[in-house]
Ligand binder design. Structure first.
Ligand code: MG
Length: 419
């Protein structure tokens, strides 16, 4: 192939995925190139182990994963996944015919779509899928290989197969049969389960117990994948080694994240509503305090305030509009008493109107008092004058003028006595 594509995990896909996963591929200790290819783009995970001689196996596995990535379903749809693998098979065969690879090249394919607690797997060849459930590792797929057939026939043990000279012979692969169909597995998994997909470079070097031990011991999926590859290499690394580890976060995790998103949205909505209520209340209160008014005494004068009288928690909700010329002492005692507590009115205009009434009231009171004081002064003067006149003995004119008032009458009577 002119261009070598990589389907390995990227930071973007790792952060964006619901499923925590890790992967690693290694050339091993004996091979001079790596014929394995892999896909780790959740929910799709796949391992392809190419074969066919120098360069051809690598080409076959690369073509297979490329076509699979293009055609695989976005959800666990078994039929769609099978069609994607079959399309990959046809493309590998076309590539062999048109010179992009070599005749006879082929590849295994173990492809999984994992979403929530649903897992579908398409299987061709001897790459494997395992599931660790409650700490126990179980092989999900059946190898399409001579060794698997011999083991099932009771002619070999798994340990004997691991060292058998024909251990690499596979009985089904992509690239040789246009009517090839993958084996399909559809499985319900649970949160906490762990999926393992690997090439025979791992399963051929480590027994299932060793794999299970590492899968159980290493919690982080990326570190687990790397550790499994390291152990296969430490065991000899006879083949290319490719490992994918994916933890099942399941619907519980999806529900938890969905609930967390809903909770955040609910809290944000409440905060917005609270801010709107507080803001609206503050705006309304401010508008009311700027509109309403009251009258109160200020340094002996009637003053107009905007707002409401009194304080709350030490806070005043009014400010002085103006001090009028109306003296509190010029008002009726009842009005003065009410001014001490503040006389609430609806608007400043209403307060101004009330002040005008007070001005009129004060003017009327001043006028009345002025008139009363004026009468006393006149009568007293008359009385004094009349008395003086009587004493002076010149009383007939004064007697006539004194008859106009009580004091004058008294004066007149004095005059009569004197006469
Ligand atoms: Mg291999």
């Amino acid at each position: 192939m002119a261009e070598k594509r990589s389907y390995r995990s990227t930071p973007r896909t790792r952060r964006g995925a619901l499923t925590p996963f890790g992967s690693r591929t290694d050339i091993g200790c004996l091979r001079d190139h790596n014929e394995d290819s892999l896909i780790v783009t959740p929910p799709l995970f796949a391992v392809a182990d190419g074969m066919g001689g120098h360069a051809a196996g690598e080409v076959a596995s690369e073509i297979a994963v490329h076509v699979l990535a293009e055609h695989a379903p976005e959800h666990p749809d078994g039929e769609a996944l099978a069609r994607a693998v079959e399309e990959a098979n046809h493309e590998v065969m076309r590539a062999a015919r048109d010179g992009r690879g070599r005749e006879g090249m082929g590849t295994t394919m173990t492809a999984a779509v994992l979403e929530g607690e649903r897992l579908v797997i398409a299987q061709v060849g001897d790459s494997r899928a395992y599931l660790m459930h409650q700490g126990k590792l179980q092989q999900l797929t059946r190898d399409h290989s001579l060794m698997a057939d011999l083991i099932e026939a009771g002619q070999l043990t798994p340990e004997e197969a691991r060292c058998h000279p024909q251990r690499s012979v596979i009985t089904r692969a992509l690239g040789s049969d246009p009517c090839m169909h993958p084996d399909m597995y559809e499985i319900n998994v649970e949160t906490g389960d762990r999926l393992l997909i690997c090439s025979d470079g791992l399963s051929g070097m480590l027994c299932d117990q060793d794999i299970e031990h590492t899968m159980r011991r290493v919690q982080d999926p990326q570190r687990c994948a790397a550790q499994l590859v390291n152990e296969a290499i430490a065991a000899g690394g006879h083949d290319n080694v490719t490992v994918i580890v994916a933890d099942v976060s399941g619907f519980a995790e999806a529900r938890r994240r969905k609930l967390a998103r809903k909770t955040k949205l609910f809290i944000a909505t409440i905060l917005v509503l609270f801010a709107a209520i507080v803001g609206g209340t503050a705006w309304g209160a401010n508008a009311y305090l700027n509109t309403t008014a009251y009258l109160a005494a200020q340094d002996g004068k009637v003053a107009i305030y905007r707002g409401v009288p009194g304080t709350l928690l030490g806070l005043s909700f009014s400010h002085l509009e103006r001090v009028t010329d109306v003296s509190v002492n010029d008002l009726q005692p009842g009005t003065a008493n009410r001014l001490a507590a503040g006389i609430q009115v609806d608007t400043v205009d209403a307060a101004e109107a009330l002040v005008r009434e007070y001005e009129a009231e004060a003017a009327q009171k001043g006028s009345s008092e002025g008139a009363g004081e004026g009468g006393k002064a006149t009568g007293g003067q008359d009385g004094a004058d009349n008395g003086g006149t009587s004493d002076n003995g010149g009383g007939s004119d004064n007697a006539a003028s004194g008859s106009s008032s009580a004091n004058g009458s008294n004066g007149s009577a004095s005059q009569g006595g004197a006469a």
